[in-house]
Design a protein around this ligand. Sequence first.
Ligand SMILES: Cc1cc2nc3c(=O)[nH]c(=O)nc-3n(C[C@H](O)[C@H](O)[C@H](O)COP(=O)(O)OP(=O)(O)OC[C@H]3O[C@@H](n4cnc5c(N)ncnc54)[C@H](O)[C@@H]3O)c2cc1C
Length: 389
Amino acid sequence: MPTWSNWSGKLSASPREVRFLRSEADAAALARAADQNGRQIRVAGATHSHAPLVSPTDILADTQGLAGVFSVDLDKHTAWVGAGTRIYALGAALNQAGLALSNQGDIDEQAIAGATATGTHGTGVKLKNLSATVIGARIALANGELVDCSPVDNTELWQASRLHLGAFGIVTRLNLQLQPAYCLQETAWHDTLKATLNQFPSTAKQHRHHEFFWYPQNDRAQGKSINITAHAPQYPLAEEGKRCAWSHEVLPNHRPHKHTEMEYSVPIEQGPACMAALCELLNSRFDHVRWPVEYRTLAADDVWMSTAYARDTVTISVHQDIQLDDEAYFRACEELFLEFEGRPHWGKVNYLSGDQLAQRHPQWDNWWKVRDQIDPNHTFLNAYLQSLR
Ligand SMILES: Cc1cc2nc3c(=O)[nH]c(=O)nc-3n(C[C@H](O)[C@H](O)[C@H](O)COP(=O)(O)OP(=O)(O)OC[C@H]3O[C@@H](n4cnc5c(N)ncnc54)[C@H](O)[C@@H]3O)c2cc1C
């Protein structure tokens, strides 16, 4: 029997069957056959999610074969890309065409449709998450149709599936809003945590990207600021914190140390108070935790299930080593995040029920309505997603 596990190794499953998709026709045929035979499909991107979103028990569909940049529109700065394209490959290919993603997360190993599935984001007060850049999608639905959706075509399906959780069908390609390729200069800094938090609301506005890590039991914040530069890329790339190169070479980092992660988004004005309360929690109750807390910003968007839906946001992430138990720590953090109107990152650990998530997502019912219309037999729901309905 095949086995599956996520990046951290904390989640594993034994799907009955693994299917490698080489074409959109493959995807449509698989979706139709599974639906007609009462089976379930989970689609895998790069399996970097800590939440049990992929966790397959029946059919696992591998989308690595649906990769590449299919077409670009240099006037509109858009491109149709294969859903399984890894972000590192996308960055290089788009750069060849003179285009780039406006922002990226900490790493670039995710598949693009896996990243948009969960609202993956980087940092920057004016920069939105990757789901907000989806201006069109092609999806193999449970009835075997390949359907295109966009702001003018199957509008509700587009609106709902920009952040899709793998629950609408097999996403085969995405149309992304991009921008002309640009170079970035990265600067590392450190300061006391207290000064950093006091100044963050104004310093964050002075930089395109601005973020910091706080290592528990320490009063220092280790930060990075990144801005557009007219300087040419410098190779070989400098170490993290000193790079000057194309955006796709500066924004992602190498994060090989296996960990689990919880991240909550809170309204931007509550960020400093939430972070201060979290530090107090770590100092008083979890003084054994050594993994850092990451503090970033994210601009408001109109993506239905986004953690930044209709509100400018601060994201705060807590981490723990995979060898160590994380539950007591993460549950205590979650309790605190909820006091600050937090919304959990879809791809990371959280313990919320469907009712609790519904209270935090104003478009929850609309999202499920659109989803249920196109997948009435729940071919694209696993046990975790079923539990949230
Ligand atoms: C080391 C590390 C660093 C990270 N850094 C960040 C960060 O900086 N910012 C951030 O926001 N997040 C970050 N994450 C979280 C990560 O970006 C998300 O969990 C993302 O969803 C993972 O992408 P993936 O391709 O691995 O998707 P997977 O985990 O494989 O899948 C995610 C969801 O997408 C679905 N899916 C994938 N492809 C398709 C498709 N073609 N059609 C239909 N459904 C599909 C899956 O079924 C699942 O529901 C990080 C995770 C790790 C492990």
